[in-house]
Structures are given as structure tokens and as C-alpha cells.
Design a protein around this ligand. Structure first.
Ligand code: F6R
Ligand code: MG
Ligand code: MG
Length: 365
């Protein structure tokens, strides 16, 4: 136990309604009941249950620190209970993100995505939690770079003396299971060389130079965890805002540009990341295009005051319109790259089978 507050966002897809497009309300209700029991027992200070597409999102505050076994177990048991409901209703892909039958001390490496941070709550603590569906953790690289290192996005980097020193990025190599930090702005060219390759190098956290944590992202990639495709690794991201950190508007600003991410149909296509209001987070066209929602909270002694639906703003209409235009343009490529991902990144493929079947028909050219 510590005096500091921990904010844990733990998510999983434990059953879709209909197909992979959304979530049945019974799952939300079940999750609320489980977390409410934990709150009554004093384990949680507060919680909020929501969803983005087919992903169930558990937002929890507590005093147990990051990677706390009891909190991870609570999330796991909640997902198991929701899986039971999903099975009863024969919802699609019931339990798909729970890769094990038993809990072994952490949800990390077991399917769910996790973003957590522990900090001292400031005089006022505005927080934005981003949640995405039909994409993967590399989707946060570009916006995180813009928020914390791009002066064309974040005016505060230039004109606020408390932000002028810049930020430190922690980057994970998800293939090699290694991490490295870059200090910016001094090392932005080095940083960009890595994070531009957003399949392999993923920003996990951002710190102010005095060590204060500013952002934390989920970096779990299900396809790497399971060694084969078992569902999408739809990511979450926590960003603290204001007063020496980027303003809420600076944190949202990168999403006014619908950048191209991997995911969408069968986790095997490039598509635009569309910022939407909560009620629009139901990717249905070609199982997409990929969506992102932004839930704003003010923390008050660990209580989650909110959420405010931050993309429910006509100022993001143009990003949505552009995303539809880009979606149309990419869709016209059908099975051709770069709409379809490169061979090595496909999460569904018939290539091995075809190569075997057609082996004898290949002739020297
Ligand atoms: C993408 C996603 C969906 C499914 C697709 C096929 O992340 O979840 O696009 O890949 O609907 O699903 P299955 O193979 O279960 O029929
Ligand atoms: Mg699903
Ligand atoms: Mg999903």
C-alpha cells in the first residue's frame, strides 16, 4: 500500500456483439457488478467500465501500485465472469483474449492489454484515456510523438517555461523484449528512426525530465504473445494533462489527423484511425475502419470524475470525413498492398498452404 494513486486501465475482448463490431450491455453490467463488489470491499477507490468496439475496458483507481497481483486478478476474474455471460448468449469469440485457463499473478502476457501509472495526485489532475479498436499498440507512436515532442502540435513546448525542457520517451522493442529511453528534443531524430517502425518499436511511457510520469500505454501484442493470431491487440493509453504537461487540447490535437494504422479487417490491413464519440465506436464497415475514443476524467482523491466524451466535438468532423475518404481510397485496392499488410505481418494467411500445394508447379524462370 502507498499514499500515491494508481490508475489501471485493463482491457480484453471477451466476446463481440454482433461479430466483432461491439459489445453486449450484459457484459458491461457484469463487469460493473464485479468491480462494484471490489470497491465495497475497499480494494478499489473508484472504477469506470466502458467499451470501444468489441473491447471491454476496466478503468480502476486504487492504492496498490502498478502490476499489483490483486488488481490484475480482479480484472482477470471480471473477464472470466464476462466470458461466462458471453458464452451463455453465444456471443462471438467468447473469451478470445484470455489465453490461459488459470491466473498466474499478472494479466501481462495472458491476453488482456494493460496501461498503468502510479503518481501523486496534483492539485487538479485532468487525465485523458484513449481506447482503440481494430488496431495495435504502435497506433499511439505518432500521436505520442506529436503530443510530447512536436512544437507544431504542442504550443506549450515552445511558449510554456514549465514544458520547454522537453520529455523522455521509453520505447520497447517488442520483438527482442528490450527497452530504451530517448531524451527529447535532443534525440528526436534517433527516436523517430525507431518509433517510425511502429510494428516493432512501441512507446510505452513518457516522463517529464524531473521524472514525473506523463503517459503510459499498453504494449501487449497478442500475435506475439500467442505465437499465432488470436485476436487484435487493441491498445489503451493514459495521458496526464495541463500545468506543466500538454493541455487537454494539445493531447487531443494529433487525432484531428486520421493517420494510417495496421489492423482493420482480420488484423491484416492498413486503414485510417477514426476519432469518434463513444456511441460511434462500433466498427462495422469491413470490420472498421479502426476507431479511437477519448475519455476525459478529473481525478479527485482517486475518484474518477467523468467521463467527458472528448471526441464528441464537431471540430473532429473533418478528421472523420477524411478517414472515410481514406477508407474508400484504400478499400479500392482490395487484396493489394499497401491496403493489405505485407506477407510477414498478415494475421490471416493462406500463403504457407498455397506454397505447399503449388510447390511442384514452380519452374525455374
Ligand atoms: C479484426 C477482427 C475481425 C476478424 C474478422 C474475422 O481485429 O477481429 O476483423 O478478424 O471478423 O473473424 P473470424 O475469423 O473469427 O471469422
Ligand atoms: Mg473480437
Ligand atoms: Mg477489438
Amino acid at each position: 500500500m502507498t499514499d500515491r494513486i494508481t490508475l489501471s486501465v485493463i482491457k480484453a475482448d471477451v466476446g463481440g456483439y454482433v461479430g466483432h463490431s461491439s459489445i453486449h450491455t450484459d457484459l458491461i453490467e457484469t463487469a460493473k457488478e464485479k468491480l462494484s463488489n471490489a470497491q465495497e470491499k475497499g480494494m478499489l477507490i473508484d472504477f469506470h467500465v466502458t467499451r470501444c468496439g468489441d473491447d471491454l475496458e476496466l478503468i480502476m483507481t486504487h492504492k496498490h501500485g502498478v502490476d499489483a497481483e490483486n488488481i490484475h486478478k480482479l480484472a482477470w476474474n471480471t473477464f472470466v465472469a464476462c466470458t461466462e455471460v458471453a458464452k451463455e448468449l453465444k456471443l462471438y469469440g467468447a473469451g478470445q483474449d484470455l489465453l490461459s485457463d488459470a491466473f498466474t499473478g499478472t494479466v501481462k502476457g495472458m491476453g488482456p492489454g494493460v496501461a498503468e501509472m502510479e503518481f501523486e495526485e496534483r492539485k487538479s489532475e485532468p487525465i485523458v484515456i484513449f481506447m482503440a479498436d481494430k488496431t495495435s499498440p504502435g497506433a499511439w507512436n505518432l500521436p505520442l510523438y506529436e503530443i510530447f515532442a512536436d512544437p507544431f502540435n504542442t504550443a506549450g513546448l515552445v511558449i510554456d517555461p514549465t514544458m520547454h525542457d522537453g520529455f523522455i520517451f521509453e520505447v520497447v522493442d517488442v520483438y527482442e523484449h528490450k527497452k530504451i529511453t530517448f531524451s527529447c528534443p535532443e534525440e528526436i531524430y534517433d527516436l523517430l528512426m525507431f518509433i517510425g517502425a511502429m510494428r516493432r518499436f512501441i512507446i510505452r511511457a513518457v516522463y517529464r525530465k524531473d521524472g514525473m510520469i506523463a503517459a503510459a500505454a499498453s504494449t501487449q501484442k497478442l500475435s506475439l504473445i500467442a505465437g499465432k493470431y488470436v485476436g487484435k491487440d487493441d491498445p489503451v493509453l493514459i495521458v496526464r494533462c495541463q500545468a506543466g504537461l500538454p493541455a487537454v487540447g494539445e493531447v487531443l490535437e494529433p487525432f484531428a489527423f486520421s493517420h494510417i494504422v495496421e489492423g482493420w479487417m482480420r488484423g491484416s490491413h492498413h486503414g485510417p484511425l477514426m476519432p469518434v464519440a463513444f456511441y460511434e465506436a462500433n466498427p462495422s464497415r469491413f470490420d472498421g475502419p479502426p476507431r479511437v475514443i477519448a475519455a476525459g476524467f478529473q481525478l479527485c482523491n482517486g475518484k474518477l470524475i467523468g467521463p467527458r466524451d472528448l471526441f464528441d466535438d464537431p471540430a473532429f468532423d473533418e478528421a472523420r470525413r477524411k478517414a472515410n475518404e481514406i477508407a474508400d481510397y484504400l478499400r479500392h485496392h482490395g487484396p493489394f498492398e499497401p491496403h493489405r499488410l505485407g506477407l510477414e505481418d498478415l494475421e490471416y494467411t493462406t500463403m504457407d498452404q498455397l506454397m505447399k500445394k503449388l510447390e511442384g508447379r514452380f519452374q525455374p524462370e
